[in-house]
Design a protein around this ligand. Structure first.
Ligand SMILES: Nc1c(NC[C@H](O)[C@H](O)[C@H](O)CO)[nH]c(=O)[nH]c1=O
Ligand SMILES: CC(=O)[C@@H](O)COP(=O)(O)O
Length: 164
């Protein structure tokens, strides 16, 4: 339980660059909306804590985590954002479908990171049950949305510094 040793919301505030001039696209899956809504809340709150402006945080929903790749790709192609945060929650059911949704979404988002010029942040929670998801979406293990927001800011700063 790696997350048990590192709360998802714990980070060095001063290590995070100013986000006041950064533009973010957030793609949120509607599946398990009680979880993905909490992830979104954490991500937006954290982005704004570091200076991001409301008008620079674009939020679009997709039906499920398998559509996160398409939604993220559309944000990348739009040229309107400097990073994309993809938020989803896949909870294991009775069949192998869990494995295919998780691997499909993961492979798609990974492909975007390897082929496109802006970072796509992996905010997919993949759990065995709802309790594990709740623990990672504002529960005892923190909020994955917070982690994704910090990662997005740092990756935009990475790109900006490299391109100077
Ligand atoms: N079971 C979950 C899904 N399933 C839906 C797929 O993501 C996809 O929308 C569908 O197969 C149509 O393409 N999605 C989640 O995000 N979480 C789940 O637990
Ligand atoms: C991850 C899923 O698609 C899963 O929730 C579907 O449940 P089941 O495998 O019981 O059909």
């Amino acid at each position: 339980m790696a997350t048990a040793y590192h709360n998802l919301s714990d980070y060095d505030f001063n290590s995070v660059p100013d986000a006041s001039e950064m533009r973010f696209g957030i793609v949120v899956s509607e599946w398990n909306h009680n979880i993905t809504g909490a992830l979104l809340e954490g991500a937006v709150k954290t982005l704004k804590k570091h200076g991001a402006k409301d008008e620079n945080i674009l939020v679009y929903t997709v039906p499920g985590s398998f559509e996160l790749t398409f939604g993220s790709a559309q944000f990348v192609k739009s040229g309107k954002v400097d990073a994309v945060i993809a938020l989803g929650c896949v909870i294991r059911g009775e069949t192998p479908h869990f494995d295919y949704v998780c691997s499909g979404a993961t492979q798609g988002l990974t492909h975007l990171n390897a082929t496109q010029d802006i970072p796509v942040i992996y905010g997919l929670i993949t759990t065995n049950n709802m309790q594990q998801a709740e623990d990672r979406a504002g529960g005892k293990l923190g909020n994955k949305g917070d982690e994704c927001a910090v990662t997005a800011i740092k990756m935009i700063d990475f790109v900006c510094r490299l391109r100077k």
